[in-house]
Every structure is written in structure tokens, then in C-alpha cells.
Design a protein around this ligand. Structure first.
Ligand code: NAD
Length: 378
């Protein structure tokens, strides 16, 4: 089987789906790896290193494999370069990008979305949502520290004592927990809130305080381990309860998300107004509508003397390690798609392969992607 890796074409996408270490592992397993020259340049994955590890560099070869490995969803032009029966692995935004799913189905591509890999123990090494959220959470804490005109740690100096910054992290999933750990390492006093009460222990084990909000919600974890969407009334009560907590903070890092939906609105304008002048909000949910009412996606704005940062594709701001982790996720997934002789073998009885597949034989086969594409669900 041949795996090919194109250069990413989406604006601002600096990551790449392969690194030399993974080339070595794949070629040792009898898989040919073909890479578009320069594909890894922005992640400092050099052509020479890929070649030395056993990859073949081929101009225009990025879409030539039995399996194409990508990071960002393919553009229409890229889908046009794919052929019937070819497999694609990458972030495909199945729950929100119906157009991509429809085009891939029409092109006869067998597409596997990294987002749709079941989050079961066996598939942990393939969990690209987690690996990339780890990067984003770390980066968010650094942005907050950078944008704040104050120290994070407590300092006792001859010129006086500086009190530590107070940081609130909203949403303690993978990104939120990493933001908590990073802000703690920088010396801030960190507290955090999530609607899933299971994370209380995880927050506390990182040395942060779990904020107990009294708004009548027991636990909002669904059967899949994700948060369920709150009702309008629950959300309203949550926003009001949070406003009193936010008013005390120097920094809010918000990461709350519900898969396939607009990000929950948690930080209302009144809460921002009550924050001390010079405070910072870093809204990791900017791209899905924002957790803060005043966020502008891709922008940094100042409102009521508070800086509100709405970063997009944060993982791409740290492409070297983001690509290293992602390539490893791809390697693990490919491990399920290959037989003992290195041939392509797609076993749709395997719940990981079946769960991740969004298009096959000209059809959209993933229920969430069907809904996003407006196709009738089975
Ligand atoms: P996510 O990005 O979907 O959401 C981020 C966080 O926002 C979640 O913790 C969610 O509970 C929280 N949230 C949603 N609505 C909120 C609201 N109104 N107020 C406050 N917080 C809100 O989540 P994720 O980081 O992708 O992880 C979600 C779950 O998946 C977690 O339970 C995580 O432990 C689990 N997980 C399991 C595995 C595995 O077993 N293989 C791997 C990774 C993650």
C-alpha cells in the first residue's frame, strides 16, 4: 500500500501529516510513503530528513497514494485530484462541514475523519482531537500571560510584593486541563469550571480550585463522555452565576464546547465590564461562535478596558510538535488499515474503522455528517 502526503493548502495551516520517525515505522511495515516536496517545511520537517527516513519525494505526488494523509479538510480543488476508491484520512469536520462530506462522497472517496474516531481506550493513540487540543490549551495560557500587563506568579521583591494573577479556565476538557497546568506552572492562582462534575477531581489534581456554581445543575455529562447542550434556561442561570466569578479574575481562558454545536455562551458583556481594567480573555471557542459575547474570531479586540483574544487554529501556531503528535495519530490509525504484507485492508467490522468512516461507495455513511450535509438520516 502507498500512503501519500500533500502540502497543506488551507491558509494559515502550517502542520503536516507526516514526520521522519513515522516514515521509518510505516516503511518498516512494508508501506510506501510518498511526500510532496516542501510539505513539511513550515513545521521544520525537512525533505532531506523524510527522504533519509525512507520516504519518496514526488512533485505532484501528494494525492497519488492508496491512502492520502492530510491535516485540514481538502479544498474542492484537492478533492478534484482524488480518484474513486482512494482513501483519505484527516480532519474533515464531519458534524459541521456537510459540503466536504458531500463532495468526497460524490468523488467516490473512502474518507475517514480524525474527529469521528471513537474515543475508546484502544483508539487513544489515534485521538487527534486530544493531541491538538493539548497544543491549543498550552498556547492559550501563554497568550494570556503574554497579553496581560501583569505577572502570573507572586513575587516578593525589594520594590514590593506582587500578588499572583487569578486565572479562570472555563471548560476542563483536554485543552482546558492543559491550560490549567500551564497557567499553574507560570505561578497563577487557577480556578476552573465545567458542567461535567467528573472533572472536579482532575482540576484539583492539577492544583486548581473547582468553582462550585449554584445554578441548579447536577451533572451534564452524556453517555459518550461529552457535555450535553444545556437548556436555554440553564445557560442563562450559568451565565449569571459565572459573571460574579469572572468579575474577580485577571484572566479567563474559555474552552467550552459541545461537539457539532455552536459554542455555549458563558461570558456575557456585563461580566467583561466588571473585570479589572487590563484583564485578558482568551476564547479558544472563537471559531465555533465564541464562549464570550464580545469575541471576534481571528481578532484581538479591547472592550471595556479588557483585551479579548479570539485565536483560530491555535495548534498551527506550534506546528513542529503539533505535527509530531498528529503524525503519530495517523500512524496508529494506518496500523488498523494494513494487512501483514503491507496491503490496504479496510475492516468495517472494526468499530474504529467503521466509526471514523464518513463516506464510502459514493455515499455519506456517518449520521452526523449526513445531518450536516442535509441528507436524510438512515
Ligand atoms: P470538548 O472540546 O468537546 O469540550 C471542552 C469542554 O467544555 C468539555 O470538558 C465540556 O464538558 C465543557 N463544556 C461544555 N459545555 C460547557 C458549559 N456550558 N460550561 C462549561 N463547560 C462546558 O471536550 P474534549 O476536550 O474533546 O473532551 C471531552 C470528553 O472526552 C472528556 O470527558 C474527555 O476526558 C473525554 N476524552 C476521552 C478520551 C478517551 O477515553 N480516549 C480521550 C480524550 C478525551
Amino acid at each position: 500500500m502507498k500512503v501519500s502526503v500533500p502540502k497543506e493548502s488551507a491558509p494559515g495551516e502550517t502542520r503536516v501529516a507526516i514526520v521522519p520517525e513515522v516514515v521509518k515505522k510505516l516503511t518498516a511495515g512494508g508501506i510506501d510513503v510518498v511526500v510532496e516536496p516542501g510539505a513539511g517545511a513550515s513545521a521544520h520537517v525537512l525533505d532531506a530528513a523524510l527522504e533519509q527516513a525512507g520516504a519518496r519525494l514526488e512533485v505532484g505526488g501528494g494525492f497519488s497514494g492508496d491512502v492520502v494523509a492530510k491535516v485540514a479538510p481538502p479544498s474542492a480543488e484537492e478533492i478534484g485530484r482524488m480518484r474513486q476508491g482512494q482513501a483519505l484520512v484527516g480532519f474533515l469536520q464531519p458534524l459541521t462541514n456537510g459540503e466536504v462530506a458531500q463532495s468526497l462522497a460524490s468523488a467516490g472517496v473512502t474518507a475517514f475523519a480524525m474527529e469521528a474516531i471513537p474515543r475508546i481506550t484502544r483508539a487513544q493513540s489515534m485521538d487527534a482531537l486530544s493531541s491538538q487540543a493539548t497544543v491549543a490549551g498550552y498556547r492559550a495560557a501563554l497568550i494570556a500571560a503574554q497579553e496581560l500587563g501583569r505577572f502570573f506568579p507572586m513575587l516578593t521583591t525589594a520594590a514590593g510584593t506582587i500578588r499572583p494573577a487569578k486565572v479562570l479556565v472555563l471548560g476542563a476538557g483536554v485543552a482546558g486541563l492543559q491550560a490549567i497546568a500551564t497557567a499553574k506552572r507560570l505561578g497563577a492562582v487557577v480556578s476552573a469550571f465545567d458542567v461535567r462534575s467528573a472533572v472536579k477531581e482532575q482540576i484539583e489534581s492539577l492544583g486548581a480550585r473547582f468553582v462550585e456554581l449554584d445554578f441548579g445543575l447536577e451533572d451534564a455529562e452524556d453517555a459518550g463522555g461529552y457535555a450535553r447542550a444545556l437548556t436555554d434556561e440553564e445557560q442563562q442561570r450559568q451565565r449569571e452565576a459565572l459573571a460574579d466569578v469572572i468579575a474577580q479574575m485577571d484572566v479567563v481562558i474559555s474552552t467550552a464546547a459541545v461537539p457539532g454545536r455552536r459554542a455555549p455562551l458563558l461570558v456575557i458583556e456585563d461580566a467583561v465590564k466588571r473585570m479589572p481594567a487590563g484583564s485578558v480573555v482568551v476564547d479558544l471557542a472563537a471559531e465555533t461562535g465564541g464562549n464570550c459575547e464580545l469575541t471576534e474570531s481571528g481578532q484581538t479586540v479591547v472592550r471595556h478596558e479588557v483585551k479579548i483574544v479570539g485565536p483560530e487554529n491555535l495548534a498551527a501556531t506550534m506546528p513542529d510538535h503539533a505535527s509530531q503528535l498528529y503524525a503519530k495519530n495517523i500512524q496508529s490509525l494506518l496500523g488498523l488499515m494494513v494487512d501483514d504484507e503491507g496491503g490496504l485492508k479496510l475492516d468495517f467490522e472494526d468499530e474504529v474503522i467503521a466509526g471514523a468512516c464518513i463516506t464510502r461507495d459514493g455515499e455519506i455513511v456517518h449520521e452526523g455528517a449526513k445531518a450536516a450535509a442535509g441528507a436524510p438520516a438512515a
